[in-house]
Design a protein around this ligand. Sequence first.
Ligand SMILES: [Mn+2]
Length: 375
Amino acid sequence: MRFAHIADTHLGFRQYGLLERENDFYSVFDQAVEKIIEEKPDFVVHSGDLFDKSQPPTKALLVVQNALMRLKEHGIVVYAVPGNHDTVMKRNVLPPHVLYSRLGLRVIGRKKPWYDHEGVFIGGIPYHSKFYHNRLKEQLGALSEAAAGYSKRVLVLHQALETYLPFGYELQVSDLPESFDYYALGHIHKRIIDDFGRGRLAYAGSTEIWSADEVAGYLKKGKGFYMVDLDSDLPEVTPIDLELPREIIRATITEEEVPAATGTLLERITALAEKPVLDLHITDVGSSAASLHDLLQQTFGEDVLALRPRYSMKDEDVGDRITRGGSFDPRDLLSEFCGNDPDLAQLASGLYDALIRNDMERARECASDAYGRQP
Ligand SMILES: [Mn+2]
């Protein structure tokens, strides 16, 4: 028995407010579906955040409809657990997943926490915030009991484990029952494969770069889904890579290095088939960030899809800047203030960037992008 494990596809996410980025998420998802069909799995497991929001744009709903129809043509059903992005917290509101019950999408939820797929136990729990930690543990116990008679057991969760995400986890590894063969996890966007209990534990990771913080991990391990073979004692996990439609180029350079780096960057950028996103962190800025910003805009503006610069001023720490009342970048302050919450920091600096330019539309986009993210 072989199945595909995919997660965090975030369909409908319009990164940086750009239609092109929304389409990138669709196209990489379509690519995943075709590769899954090539792999001929017995079924697919989606570990949450199928959509970026619980009320996705119609285009995202259509993309999933087409995907499920393609999979259905090949007799492949999908088991999916709602993640924090596509869970509906309100009462009497249905998640978008229910649209597809006739197309072979089997939602793992409160109503039906587990399924029997030709003798394989597939059980899971929708995303729970840390606040509901006890309920989560109770349900894990119940699932472990329900799975007892099965020889092959898959547990599907959309949660962060402390080992892999020390700031912002909901569960500790020791909270997990050890009786499953495969722990199909979502929520952490990195690709992680580990041993646990008598089986294997894996985060499939996101299929696209949802936050620029994921670039380093992507360069190291790629992005995609896993093919899991349950037939041997220890499940065999094979990563299947996807080709991302566009590069997100991330670099940290000092202001002094800007002229030298410009040539190399431009050469790299103009060789690409698709305009990249350029995420630049310029440090040791001695001149004004505004004039540096204009320079970067003039240099790269035409050749990139989006220029996302950040500036850190020279030889100053935040405390100094405040007490001396000198020049400083408020973004640093905001990000320090938001400390452990990168989503909040991103929202704050996004709003700052937009509002300082009086760009209300962009500010609105920022706020709506951030809405519905991490609890
Ligand atoms: Mn996610």
